[in-house]
Structure formats: structure tokens, C-alpha cells
Design a protein around this ligand. Structure first.
Ligand code: SF4
Length: 480
């Protein structure tokens, strides 16, 4: 019987839910009883699409070109990843800041009728001849998937014509999944298939693959590397600010771990199946408890359990007095959190370090991993609302308006317009992780609370586009 391989579509795993409005307690109990159902919304605003995650994950790779076989609009969201890439270069001391080499084939009505393969072929040729890259990533889109353009065949064909560039087609058609993290999986599946190809390489003692998404700041990268180096590990930081050479070193590692819970978790399973690389999959290292848990997880895989306890004790001695100071500024503050699956659960654990209370949590997916987090959160926070939503700001503003939190942590655009002090936990430019990151983040939240003037003025002058009657409705009325 042939082996069943993971498809890259997160919904293909059992017990994963995208649309849910409930409380922390209910979510835990219903999941345990197997009573959560895959729902849908009868009205929904735009979702984040998986194609952008496939692009953003790889956009900072050296010597690469990125060809999106799509209409122009599909690459609109790339602006955030481009910004992160540019700022990330400055933080890394790069003087001549570059843009990623991103081309779009501009599928239009004519291509939909007559096929877009010639456009794709021309775009790849142009990109390779202009930039002579080591890697050419070719991204599918909804449109290319619907019209059936064979991006694999074109990549294979051009591979013979351009042997010095590795062609990597990526199947990240937006309609395949409502869970945007599927885009990370699509990118890693292609890296495994077209670059690693199950080739065996000599093992490197102490080498650890550290998988990190685009949104991890340079400060966080250094903190994670510092912590791993205290365990005697050498870090292969992948794929952010990485290269073909570093990707090829992945199978040489002794162990793998990821900074985010939903980034490379599936890929680390594949690395275990194909290359027997053990891995640690725990939590995002934000806050004391999660940082300890993350650190112990990778130390266990490396057989450094005793060493890590000594380091953790020393770190706690260093940071606990500073955390106590922050607690005196933040105790009792009621918080609403909105973010990706890794960061939102981690932030909900972090606020407990400062004595803050969770009143609402919005995050894109609920599954067995989330259940582990919710069980812990239910021990430390009481009576909070859970909104499982990929975007859907209309639900968020309804909830925030009713719950009236003192602070909002996460994607701030809408809560800021309601006049709530906001802090962005998805901060790709500053510290948020590890023992140093939690101090920085705590200070940032406290400063925002002391200086709420900007959001207050914003709320006076900007009106959100919803009728007053919407704020009276049940926020979850469209989830069926
Ligand atoms: S790939 Fe599909 S879902 Fe993604 S931006 Fe393009 S049209 Fe939208």
C-alpha cells in the first residue's frame, strides 16, 4: 500500500475548527466531548489567504526570485512582508537595502479563457535571465488553479533549460484552505520535494534547525540564538534571512524546533519521517511560563535537561524582580487579545506574569494543540470569550465594544479606533520573546496604558463602518 503523505491542507487533519464563538471553558469541554463542529459563517469579511504566507515565509531568502502566477491583486498583501524584509536588513546592519525580487504574471480575463501558461513561462524566463538566481519559487493562485495551468510541468521544463536555478513550484491556491498557516506547509512541502529530495548529508554535532516566520524580529532571533547557545547548540536559522546553502544543511541537524506553534510543525514531522531528525513542538516563547516550556522542550531533545534547569533558575533570578516592578503597573488590567494561533495563546499566558486578566481571545484556528493551551489558560483566567476567526473584524469590534477591555494586545487597527490602548504583539521589529523580550513587551504595554492619548483622539475623529445596531447584536450570529 502506498504511503499517505500530508497534503499541506491543514483542514485534512482531524479536529481542526475555523469558525467558532464560545468561551474558554465551553471550548475546552466541547472539544473533550468531541462536540465541536466544523461551522461556517453566513456572512464573512475577507480571510487572510494562504498564498501570502507561502510568499512571506521565503521572501528573505538570498539569491531567489518569486513569481506569482496570479492576478496582480493577489500580491497586494506582500507589502507587509516586504516591509519586514527591508527593516530586517537594516537591523542586521545591511547598508544597501534590497527589495525582494517579486514578479506577478498578471493573469487576466484573456488568460482565464485561453490559459496563462505562456505568461508564466515568459515571467520565469525573464526573472532567471535578469537575476540569475539560485532559486526560483513559482506560486500558484486561485486563478491559476481554477484554469488548470500546470505550474509543475512548466517548472520541470524550464529546469532543463536553466540548470543553475532550482525551480520550486508551490501549490498555495487560496481556495484550498481557510487556514492561512497551510501556506507555510505548502512552501515546506515544495522545499522538501525540490531541494532536499531525501538526500542524506553528514550530521553536524550540535546543529539545531530553528524555524522562524517572517514576523520574528532580529532582536528575537538573537535572544533565541543566545538561549540555544547556552545549551551548546549551533543554530541553523531557517528560512528567514537564510539561503540555499542553509536549507541544504537542514538534514544535517541533530534536532529541530520552531519559534511559532503553527510554523514548520508539519515540516518537523516530515523531517522526522524522512531524515529521523527529532524535534520539539511546544509553545511560542513569549512570557515566563512559555519561554521555560519552549526551552525545556528543545533541551530535552538535546539531552540537556539538567543544564537547562540551571540556566532557567539563573534567568529567573535576573528577571523576576523586574517582572514584579511591571506587575505593580499592570495588575488587574482587563485585556482582549487578537493574533495568530502561536502569539495569541502565548500572549494570554504572558499577561498572567503581570497579573492582568483575559476577557477575550481571537485566533484563527482551534485544534488539539489549542486545547492544550486553553486547558492551561482556563486555570489562570476565568470567564473569557473565544472567537475563532481568520480576520472578521466585525466580530472583533462587536466584542471589544461590549467587553470594554482596558487594553488590547494584537492587531490594533480596529480596537484603536474604539479608543482602547493597544499594543502589537506581532512585532517584527522589536523584542517580544525569551526572557529579555517579555520585559520589553511588559514595558511597552504599561507605557501604552499611561499614554492612551493617540487612540483616544483617533476614536473621536474616526468612525468604524458599522451601524450602531450591529453593536447590540450577538457577535456570533453569523456562525452557523
Ligand atoms: S490566491 Fe485566491 S484567495 Fe489568495 S489573494 Fe489570490 S484570489 Fe485571493
Amino acid at each position: 500500500m502506498s504511503e499517505v503523505r500530508y497534503s499541506g491542507v491543514r483542514e485534512s487533519r482531524p479536529n481542526r475548527f475555523n469558525d467558532l464563538g464560545t468561551t474558554g471553558r465551553e471550548a475546552e469541554e466541547q472539544f473533550k466531548k468531541g462536540c465541536l463542529k466544523r461551522a461556517d459563517r453566513s456572512f464573512a469579511q475577507g480571510l487572510q489567504c494562504q498564498q501570502i504566507n507561502s510568499m512571506a515565509a521565503l521572501m528573505s531568502l538570498e539569491d531567489s526570485v518569486f513569481i506569482s502566477h496570479s492576478p496582480q491583486g493577489c500580491v497586494g498583501c506582500a507589502i507587509m512582508a516586504v516591509d519586514m524584509y527591508r527593516v530586517g536588513q537594516i537591523h542586521r546592519g545591511i547598508k544597501q537595502v534590497k527589495n525582494p525580487r517579486l514578479l506577478v504574471t498578471n493573469i487576466d480575463q484573456k488568460s482565464v479563457v485561453f490559459g496563462g501558461e505562456e505568461k508564466l513561462r515568459a515571467a520565469v524566463k525573464k526573472a532567471v535571465e535578469r537575476y540569475h538566481p539560485k532559486l526560483a519559487f513559482i506560486y500558484a493562485s486561485c486563478a491559476s488553479g481554477i484554469i488548470g495551468d500546470d505550474i509543475d510541468a512548466i517548472a520541470a521544463d524550464l529546469q532543463t533549460e536553466y540548470p543553475d536555478t532550482i525551480m520550486v513550484p508551490i501549490h498555495c491556491e487560496g481556495f484550498k484552505s481557510k487556514i492561512c498557516a497551510s501556506g507555510f506547509d505548502a512552501a515546506f512541502l515544495s522545499i522538501n520535494k525540490y531541494i532536499l529530495k531525501k538526500q542524506s548529508v553528514p550530521k553536524e554535532k550540535g546543529l539545531v534547525n530553528l524555524f522562524a516566520p517572517t514576523t520574528v524580529s532580529y532582536a528575537d532571533q538573537r535572544e533565541m540564538e543566545r538561549m540555544l547557545s547556552l545549551l551548546g547548540a549551533k543554530v541553523n536559522y531557517i528560512p528567514f534571512y537564510s539561503s540555499l546553502e542553509k536549507i541544504k544543511r537542514i538534514p544535517a541537524a541533530e534536532a529541530s524546533t520552531s519559534i511559532c506553534k503553527v510554523f514548520a510543525d508539519e515540516f518537523m514531522k516530515t523531517l522526522w519521517e524522512d531524515y529521523e531528525i527529532p524535534y520539539s513542538h511546544t509553545v511560542m516563547p513569549i512570557g515566563i511560563r512559555n519561554t521555560d516550556k519552549w526551552y525545556r522542550g528543545i533541551a530535552k531533545v538535546l539531552g540537556k535537561e539538567e543544564e537547562v534547569e540551571k540556566i532557567i533558575a539563573k534567568e529567573h533570578e535576573r528577571i523576576e524582580p523586574l517582572v514584579a516592578e511591571l506587575k505593580s503597573r499592570l495588575q488587574g488590567i482587563r485585556v482582549f487579545i487578537c493574533g495568530g494561533t502561536g502569539r495569541s495563546f502565548a500572549a494570554a499566558a504572558l499577561i498572567d506574569d503581570f497579573g492582568m486578566k483575559l476577557v477575550g481571545l481571537e485566533t484563527p484556528t482551534y485544534d488539539a494543540d489549542a486545547q492544550v493551551d486553553i486547558e492551561y489558560l482556563n486555570e489562570i483566567h476565568k470567564d473569557y470569550v473565544v472567537d475563532i476567526a481568520n480576520m472578521q473584524p466585525f466580530e472583533q469590534v462587536n466584542l471589544v465594544n461590549k467587553l470594554k477591555p482596558d487594553a488590547f494586545i494584537g492587531v490594533p487597527d480596529w480596537a484603536a479606533k474604539l479608543g482602547i490602548p493597544t499594543t502589537h504583539v506581532l512585532d517584527g521589529k522589536r523584542s517580544t520573546m525569551g526572557y529579555d523580550g517579555l520585559l520589553y513587551l511588559g514595558n511597552k504595554i504599561a507605557d501604552q496604558l499611561q499614554n492612551p492619548g493617540f487612540n483616544k483622539k483617533l476614536a473621536k475623529h474616526v468612525k468604524l463602518p458599522y451601524r450602531d445596531s450591529w453593536y447590540e447584536e450577538d457577535a456570533f450570529k453569523y456562525i452557523l
